[in-house]
Each structure stands twice: as C-alpha cells, then as structure tokens.
Design a protein around this ligand. Structure first.
Ligand code: PMP
Length: 454
C-alpha cells in the first residue's frame, strides 16, 4: 500500500522534531492528507477536529481560498526577492507597514525571519548591538522565565527553560539566567495574584543584583502566556509589573508573542490586553497562519534608531536568504485581511465559549485546573484534587491521552505532566467548539478507566 511504503520511507529517513527517535521508529508516522477549516483528514480517511491548529499556528484555519490565491499569484509574479543590497518586494513592504501600524506603541520597525526561533535569535543579536551602540558592552546577560519556551536555535534553546532542550546540548549558556514562573496552580507563594506578582518582581530584582546589577543585564524575555510550558497564564498586572521593573532599570523588555500573536488570545497581540509596549516583540506562527514559514521581530523606534546610528554607514551584519520572503509576505497580507474581516471577532467569541466549556469540565474527577485566555487554553489533570497529585508517569499522559483523543476524533496537545493544551483555529464554529469539549470529556472518562491512573 502507498501509505505503508511512505511510513517506511519516513521511518528510515525522516528525523522528526522534538521526538524520541527510537520511539518514532517504533510508532511510525501518522500521515495527514488534507484539511479544511478546522478539520484534518489523515491518510486512512479518518477525520479529526484540530484542537491545536497544527502547532498553535493555523489560526485562520485550513483551505482559506484568499490565502491560497495570494500565494499562487505571488509565486507566478515573483517567487523570490532578496532583501540584501537594499532590494525588496511589494508584499514585504506592504506587510511591514501594515504590521507597524497595528503593533502596540512605537514598535514601528519590522525585521522578517523564517520562524520564531530565528526571531528570538535576532532579538539577542539586536539587544547586544543596541547596548554596544550605547557604549554599554558589559550589558550582556539575559534573563528569562522557568517553563518558558523561546525556540530551538542554540541561543533560543538556552533561553528556553524546558529540560529536554538543555540536557545533552550543553545548555544554557552561562549568560542565560532564569526566574521562577508565575504558574499559579503550583506556585510556592500560593495562587493569590498580587502575591505572585510581588514574588516575581522581587525575584527579578534579586536576580539582577545577583548577576551584578542592571549594568550587566541586556534584556528580560517573557511570553504573555507561557505556551509550551503548559499554557500558564500570568495574573492580570504581572506583565505590566515586570515591564515596569525593566523600564526603571533600563533593561530591554522582550515579549515573545510567537504563540500569543495574531488573535490567539483575542486581540491581534496579547500585549494590547496587558496594556504594555515591549522594546522588541517576536512573532511567527499566526503571522502566516502556518501556510508558509515566516516570523517577525518588531523593534521600537528607540532600538531601531540607536542601532542605525551606531552602525552609521556600516552594514548591520544580520540577515537570512529568506528574510522578508515575498510569498510569505503575500500570505501574511491575505491572512491579516482575514483577521481584520471577522476572524479576530469570531476567535474572541469562540474563545469565550471554549473557556466556558472547559470550565464545565471542572466537575470531572481528573480535572485539577482550567486556565487560558481566548483560543489558548489548558486543563491540568490530577489524580487527587486536594493534593494536586499529578498523573503518574506510568499513565504516560503525553502518548495515551493524545491517542485517546485522536481515536475520539480530536487533536490536542498532550503534555508529559498531564496537561491538555488547546489552540483551535479562530474560524471554529460553535458546534466545533462544543465538539472539542465533548470529545475531551470522553477522553477524560477513558483516562479515568486506565489502571495506571490511580
Ligand atoms: N517562541 C515561542 C513562544 C514559541 O512558542 C515558539 C514555537 N512554539 C518559538 C519561539 C519558536 O518558533 P519556531 O518553532 O517557529 O522556530
């Protein structure tokens, strides 16, 4: 059979990202064949509701004709243009201008990358260049947050604070530091929002002192909602409080909106809801809704002008062959039209329905916590609500919960620690949101029957 030989080819030759290589040889690939709206069809014809929008990226949903047309038109007209030598293309210029107009505050300058990891990498390079241009080269230390994820480049993986991204890779670097996450459900200071904010502020200040003072610290990285760490939503005011510390101490505040950008939490950017303007902001995923690769770094006017003045007539030596790729930019423009023409509004409405539906699962014996904002949510499973005892490792939540949901016609993100993550396309209908919740309940009931869950 065609699909069997493809599975063999994949097994023998395709190295999968963030997978157990030996585990993958055993399990083989699940081939996906086609998709429309929020529904994905696999090679066997099995239809699934994609409750995770691919990898939290297909925000506009699959098969959007206007996006396909925009990409096709651009492929015919000009499939590639470099940004080197001051060359460029029409869609890239248009997209940069539209994004700058929509971005918070003075984030008026856009640097396009291929995805989120190289966007994060670019901010580290820009931050170093910025402090050098200001005559403060000793500001070369970086701080991020435990449970954070900032990509899989060597530098970004070091800012990331998930063990699998460090172990065996010799990371993090000694200039990469972490503070405790705001993770409210399991926070040592309890779940009072103000107590969590105060603890984070105190820890950030202490960490800066420990490193040698603000004169040593280049930047602080945050996700408006921590995604890969298990969808951890900070208390309202947390972002603003951390931003205030960075402003006071002249440390760059960098918001990683790779997941939260482009309507995932409601507004175009999550920072809008937090009422803050970062010095730099990274985005990817929803920027092109995953149809083609692209990321973007937004730079504040101050950062941009300082770097530009610092370089003067010399080149700022940072760039990729595919920076500002015209096909990706054309897709970005078409996707932005969709967001503005109703998808953001629908996402906000459906996000409220999703959150209400998931909160409705709180009565289930396995559901310890429900959290999220907009179309970004999670439930955390425990075997004992009082003591918040996690599912035992023997119950293999990452594989078994994923498999049960799959058999129930639902794709979710199942984290190893027993967290189920949701990030459905913003185009979902009410019926689809309700189906996501219903299929989750069925999955939870089946998980409760697992002899290893006790
Ligand atoms: N930052 C965050 C917050 C992310 O969630 C991700 C990807 N999940 C990245 C950076 C890296 O993006 P990419 O996988 O496109 O390189």
């Amino acid at each position: 059979m065609l699909s069997n030989s493809l599975i063999e080819q994949d097994r023998a030759h395709l190295v999968h990202p963030v997978a157990s290589w030996r585990g993958h040889e055993q399990s083989g690939v699940r081939l996906l064949k086609s998709a429309k709206g929020a529904t994905v069809t696999d090679a066997q014809g099995h239809q699934l509701l994609d409750g995770f929008a691919g990898l939290w990226c297909v925000n506009a949903g699959y098969g959007q004709e206007s996006v396909i047309e925009a990409a096709t038109k651009q492929l015919r007209e000009l499939p590639y243009a470099t940004g080197y030598f001051s060359l460029g293309s029409e869609p890239a210029a248009r997209l940069a201008a539209r994004l700058a107009e929509r971005a918070p505050g003075d984030l008026d300058h856009v640097y396009f990358t291929l995805g989120g990891s190289d966007a994060v990498d670019s901010t580290v390079r820009f931050a170093r260049y910025y402090w050098n241009a200001r005559g403060m080269p000793e500001k070369d230390q970086f701080i991020s947050v435990q449970q954070g994820y900032h990509g899989s480049s060597t530098v970004g993986a070091g800012l990331t604070a998930l063990p699998a991204f460090h172990a065996g890779f010799g990371l993090p670097f000694d200039w990469q530091h972490k503070i405790t996450s705001h993770y409210a459900y399991r926070n040592p200071v309890g779940n009072d929002p103000q107590a969590i904010i105060d603890a984070s502020v105190a820890e950030l200040r202490a960490k800066i002192e420990q490193i040698g003072g603000a004169g040593r610290v280049a930047a602080f990285y945050v996700e408006p909602i921590q995604g890969s760490g298990g969808v951890l939503v900070p208390p309202k005011g947390w972002m603003a409080a951390m931003r205030a510390v960075c402003t006071e101490l002249d440390i760059l505040f960098i918001a990683d909106e790779v997941i939260t950008g482009f309507g995932r939490t409601g507004p175009l950017f999550a920072c809008e809801e937090d009422g803050i303007v970062p010095d730099m902001m990274t985005t990817a995923k929803g920027l092109t809704s995953g149809y083609v690769p692209m990321g973007a770094v937004f730079l504040s006017d101050r950062i941009y002008q300082t770097i530009a003045d610092g370089a003067g007539a010399a080149a700022v030596g940072h760039g990729y062959t595919y920076s500002a790729h015209p096909v990706s930019a054309a897709v970005g423009l078409a996707v932005l039209d969709l967001y503005e023409d109703g998808l953001l509004a629908n996402g906000t409405k459906m996000g409220a329905r999703l959150m209400a539906g998931l909160h409705g699962l709180s009565d289930h014996p396995l559901v310890g916590d429900v959290r999220g904002r907009g179309m970004l949510a999670a439930i955390e499973l425990v075997i004992d609500k009082q003591n918040k005892t996690p599912l035992p490792a023997a119950a293999a939540p990452a594989t078994r919960v994923f498999e049960r949901a799959w058999q129930n016609g639902l794709i979710v993100r199942a984290f190893a620690q027993g967290v189920i993550g949701y990030a459905p396309p913003l185009c979902c209908t009410e019926a689809e949101i309700d189906a996501i919740v219903e299929r989750t309940r069925l999955t939870l009931d089946q998980t409760l029957e697992d002899p290893d869950v006790r």
